[in-house]
Design a protein around this ligand. Structure first.
Ligand SMILES: [Ca+2]
Ligand SMILES: [Ca+2]
Ligand SMILES: [Ca+2]
Ligand SMILES: [Ca+2]
Length: 388
């Protein structure tokens, strides 16, 4: 293990313009965030919903007006933290799958026209705080399955039938994963899609989801906090995927890259943000080329909800950039606005990178008068202009 310094604040071209796209003081537990092109116009939309009466909203940038519009998907449910967008019924339009506070897994189908008033279909009711929801093709049939991880609980895979109104079948992959943070990716020496979690990576041995073997990932000596955000990417360009993990709920939160060595030992750790930087609750994590130089940066952000206080600790959004053997950091938003599950996407035009994020729960003191907020950062001019 080699610890890299993060002392330098070099200027990078990670330069963004901020806009409030929501300043609603109501509701709570703003979760279920997904970015996807729901209306097939080449630009991503951002959805988020939660509790405090129940809501699920979609934010769409309207280029002609130069502003964002909120669409109300429903007030009939209280989405939990995780959600995924996938075309369940193969009609070319994305559905949303999410868990609810409590036990239900459900999906939402879009209306025939427009982006308001989606229909809610419950599919399962035996979960316990379904925190992570991730979609991907696990059995190789070309259709996506849905992975659900209960917070501090079971890891399950659901297979939606071709007609999603019919019964979904579920299978338990592992009975107990402490914490949270789950994704799907091809990692290690496996040719198939694995489930990657902070509690290990689960190899899809036969490639059809019928047999899973857990392998070590995080060295126990790191004493990493089990609540985390996880991204898999080939961040060093060596042709092999790395696992990038942020600690999402604690002070002195770390960001690190884990490099595969073999399937029987924990992965080799490369520290990007050490604990002594005292970043707080890094509940956003993306690997994306933020400055259009052809190399991926790491985006992360500190959250509110009392994880920062807005006085001594003001939450910021960060671009972490590799420079040789070191990682540099730059605050790309420093307005006392924390983020929870901010997502990079192409929101305002198909070639300009942006990031949309939102509160989980507002700090009493924040950059929006103590109220909730959803925020958009859009890259300046040529920085961030790139083709997908
Ligand atoms: Ca769109
Ligand atoms: Ca569909
Ligand atoms: Ca790599
Ligand atoms: Ca870059």
């Amino acid at each position: 293990m080699h610890v890299q310094s993060l002392n330098h604040r070099v200027p990078t071209e990670c330069t963004f313009t901020h806009a409030f796209i929501e300043t609603n003081p109501g509701f709570d537990g703003w979760g279920a965030a997904v970015a996807a092109d729901f209306d097939s116009d080449g630009r991503d939309e951002y959805v988020t919903g939660g509790k405090g009466g129940g809501f699920y909203y979609l934010y769409d940038y309207e280029p002609a007006a130069g502003s964002w519009r909120r669409h109300v998907l429903t007030h009939g449910i209280s989405p939990n933290v995780g959600a995924a967008a996938l075309d369940l019924d193969a009609d070319g339009k994305l559905e949303l799958v999410c868990g609810e506070w409590g036990s239900r897994l459900l999906y939402l189908t879009p209306p025939a026209r427009g982006l308001d008033n989606w229909s809610v279909v419950p599919v399962f009711a035996g979960l316990s705080d379904p925190h992570d929801v991730v979609a991907g093709d696990i059995n190789g049939d070309g259709r996506a399955e849905v992975v659900v991880r209960n917070k501090h609980g079971a890891l399950l895979v659901f297979e939606p039938p071709p007609n999603p109104l019919q019964r979904w079948t579920g299978r338990e992959v592992h009975p107990m994963c402490v914490g949270d943070g789950t994704t799907l990716a091809r990692v290690g020496n496996s040719e198939h899609t694995s489930i990657v979690a902070n509690c290990g990576w689960f190899e899809n041995v036969r490639g059809n989801g019928s047999e899973w073997v857990r392998h070590p990932l995080i060295p126990p000596s790191l004493h990493r906090h089990p609540e985390s955000r996880i991204v898999v990417a080939d961040i060093d360009g060596d042709g092999h995927n790395e696992v990038i993990i942020s600690e999402s709920e604690i002070d002195r939160a770390r960001v690190g890259i884990f490099h595969y060595r073999n399937s029987d030992t924990p992965w080799e750790y490369e520290e990007v943000v050490p604990a002594d930087r005292d970043l707080c609750a890094l509940h956003s994590l993306q690997v994306v080329d933020l400055d259009n130089d052809g190399e991926a940066e790491i985006f992360t952000a500190e959250m509110e909800a009392g994880k920062t206080d807005g006085v001594r600790a003001r939450p910021r959004w960060w671009c972490l950039k590799r420079a040789g053997a070191e990682w540099h950091r730059k605050a790309i938003l420093d307005m006392n606005l924390g983020a929870h599950t901010a997502i990079a996407g192409y929101y305002t035009d198909p070639d300009t990178i942006g990031i949309v994020g939102k509160v989980w729960r507002a700090n009493t003191v924040n950059g929006n008068g103590g109220a909730n907020h959803v925020d958009a950062l859009v890259a300046h001019s040529e920085a961030g202009r790139m083709h997908r």
